[in-house]
Ligand binder design. Structure first.
Ligand code: SF4
Length: 218
């Protein structure tokens, strides 16, 4: 058996390079992004103001996701437009992969694939809000999700889901997103923080949880 040791020095070098590669990636273009209006409207504002440092785990997850997208672009959807910017009524979004047929969102999830896809999408409702908003901007009723499922036992699986909304569903979604945008902008204009998310399960993994707790509600 050869000698095996953890090379902490080299590890640190890699970690620093990873951190450097994400420095200056903060997005402060003064626009309201679809992602700002999803799980918690307070979080993006705190992130912009305090620029918290990301944990290594989060950066590795970002990198994992980016690698998956790069593979898709190079190998499966070279004809697609990657990160297509779409904008309507003051809301901006970036579609992972836009094609003439359907657009794609790419996701990683730590959940197992299920026989009934509704189980997944009920839990990941914000994926649908995000992609549904893009569909409205693209004047479409459908899109696809390419999802890598990585459950606790590390055997990944790939699933492609096709989602189709009704006109009424997208109409309701657009109204919700517009209302959120108005609220978000009114709070920002008044120099206040938007309210905390009602979905408290997301606070546990929030990079700004500590700062958030110290700030006034609005
Ligand atoms: S801790 Fe919770 S409420 Fe506060 S910013 Fe993060 S997700 Fe939002």
């Amino acid at each position: 058996m050869p000698e095996v040791v953890i090379d902490h020095k080299e590890e640190l070098k890699w970690e620093n390079k990873l951190i450097d590669s994400y420095t200056n990636e903060s997005r402060d273009d003064g626009k309201v992004h679809v992602s700002d209006l999803l799980i918690c409207m307070r979080k993006p504002e705190i992130q912009r103001q305090y620029e918290p440092s990301w944990t290594m785990r989060t950066l590795l997850m970002f990198t994992f996701g980016k690698s998956f997208e790069k593979f898709i672009f190079q190998t499966i959807l070279p004809e697609a437009t990657r990160e297509l910017e779409v904008e309507e009524d003051g809301i901006v979004g970036h579609i992972d992969f836009a094609t003439d047929d359907l657009d794609y969102e790419c996701k990683l999830t730590w959940t197992k694939e299920r026989d009934d896809p509704n189980d997944l999408f009920e839990k990941q409702w914000y994926w649908l809000e995000q992609a549904g908003t893009y569909a409205i901007m693209r004047r479409r009723y459908s899109c696809r999700f390419a999802v890598i499922h990585i459950p606790s036992w590390p055997v990944p699986s790939l699933r492609i889901y096709r989602v189709t909304w009704t006109k009424e569903e997208l109409g309701e979604l657009w109204e919700i997103m517009q209302n959120r945008k108005e609220y978000y902008l009114s709070m920002i204009t008044q120099g206040k923080y938007p309210h905390k998310t009602q979905h408290k399960q997301f606070c546990k993994s929030c990079a700004v949880e500590e700062i958030c707790g110290k700030l006034s509600e609005g």
